[in-house]
Ligand binder design. Structure first.
Ligand code: NAD
Ligand code: UDP
Length: 343
């Protein structure tokens, strides 16, 4: 068995897929999650897929006493830190909740890690920290700026990690900036399970396809893009999960500390909203009714990654196509029309 890893937010969408990838790569994992946006059922399914129970602790990253107990009970090689709130619109309505959860929670986690001398972290950041990019594809040295509290909370944590690395050269702080994660595990057993009407494009499309929602609103058809609709770098969640394994492998190879290391996880290719709708419709055999609506406030025209750094440093590259992203999403959605809820 390889090193033991603490996975905060491991019951969530990206975390659950990463737990499976970590297990397959031989890591021993402990999941710490307050289940604010996930469920015991997700943990059960992960355990079923890997064929053994996963150690799960229900707890909040802002609860330092609870975290200290976890660190006292286990000898961790490092932490993968997914736990956080992620809805942009909600963050505008409830900024304090977002800064408290995402920023204060991360500070508490870092304090406990310091106390227990665990100084390797893989942090879930986002392409949102690049704001409206000046050039495409976006590389890691691009200017950062955010317009909403969710994005700001990621940017603030990045600054905290940079300062931490300066203050103490023992830290290894890999910051993975995800582009647009979509798709689901190929078994159809785990996937993205939004609580309400989805904000993101792929779960919205799949809920229209399965008949839960009547039609998709496409926000803007007058962008300077291939067909006027927004362009994004969609990346299969399984590829993203492998990116975390690659980051840990990289940490294991280091003889000296890395400091703060930001790395994009994207495919390097942009796909338009209309192209994704067409691909999903072909894969599922379902009609996806849509109408064009006004641009959504805060949206940008195009966003896609330069994934060169992940390739050169981590030896990681996304492998799965848009068709596979749609196939796996459709399998998950049609097998679980109510997500993890068995109603
Ligand atoms: P998710 O909501 O499915 O998973 C997050 C998990 O963290 C959930 O299980 C939730 O219960 C848990 N959690 C939240 N606050 C917590 C707290 N205070 N203490 C303990 N657990 C807590 O989200 P996801 O899509 O899997 O995203 C994982 C991470 O990646 C988040 O930090 C998110 O901001 C970031 N990210 C996501 C996307 C995306 O599009 N999904 C894109 C870029 C970055
Ligand atoms: N989008 C859309 N209709 C929706 C949700 C999203 O047209 O119901 C568009 C959105 O305007 C953007 C793209 O799909 O151009 C991706 O949006 P998403 O919210 O999935 O991710 P973002 O890139 O905003 O993080």
């Amino acid at each position: 068995m390889k090193n033991k890893i603490l996975v905060t937010g491991g019951a969530g969408y990206i975390g659950s897929h990463t737990c499976i990838a970590l297990h397959e790569a031989g890591y021993d994992i402990v999941v710490y999650d307050n289940l604010s946006n996930s469920s015991h059922e997700a943990m059960n399914r992960i355990s079923n897929l890997i064929g053994k129970p996963i150690e799960f602790i229900e707890g909040d990253i802002r609860d330092s006493e609870s975290l200290k107990k976890v660190f006292a009970d286990h000898q961790f090689f490092g932490v993968i830190h997914f736990a956080g709130l992620k809805a942009v619109g909600e963050s505008v309505a409830k900024p304090l909740m977002y800064y408290n959860n995402n920023v204060s929670g991360t500070i508490t986690l870092l304090e406990v890690m310091t106390e227990y001398n665990v100084k390797r972290l893989v942090f879930s950041s986002s392409a949102t920290v690049y704001g409206d990019p000046e050039t495409l594809p976006i590389d890691e040295s691009s200017k950062r700026s955010c317009t909403n509290p969710y994005g700001q909370s990621k940017l603030v944590v990045e600054h905290i990690l940079e300062d931490l690395a300066v203050s103490d050269s023992d830290w290894n702080l890999i910051t993975l900036r995800y582009f647009n994660p979509v798709g689901a595990h190929s078994s159809g057993q785990i996937g993205e399970d939004p609580n309400d009407i989805p904000n993101n494009l792929m779960p919205y499309i799949s809920q229209v396809a399965v008949g839960k929602l009547s039609q998709l609103n496409i926000f803007g058809n007058d962008y300077a893009t291939i067909d006027g609709t927004g362009v994004r770098d969609f990346i299969h969640v399984t590829d993203l999960a492998q990116g975390h394994v690659a980051a840990l492998n990289y940490l294991e190879q280091q003889n000296s500390a890395l400091g703060f290391l930001p790395i994009n996880l994207g495919t390097g290719t942009g796909t338009s909203v209309l192209e994704l709708v067409t691909a999903f419709s072909e894969v599922s055999g379902q009609k996806i009714p849509y109408q064009f609506a006004d641009r959504r406030a805060g949206d940008i025209a195009s966003c896609y990654a330069s994934a060169d750094k992940a390739q050169s440093l981590l030896g990681w590259q996304a492998k799965l196509s848009i068709t596979e992203m749609c196939q796996d999403t459709w399998r998950w959605q049609s097998m679980n029309p109510h997500g993890y809820d068995t109603v």
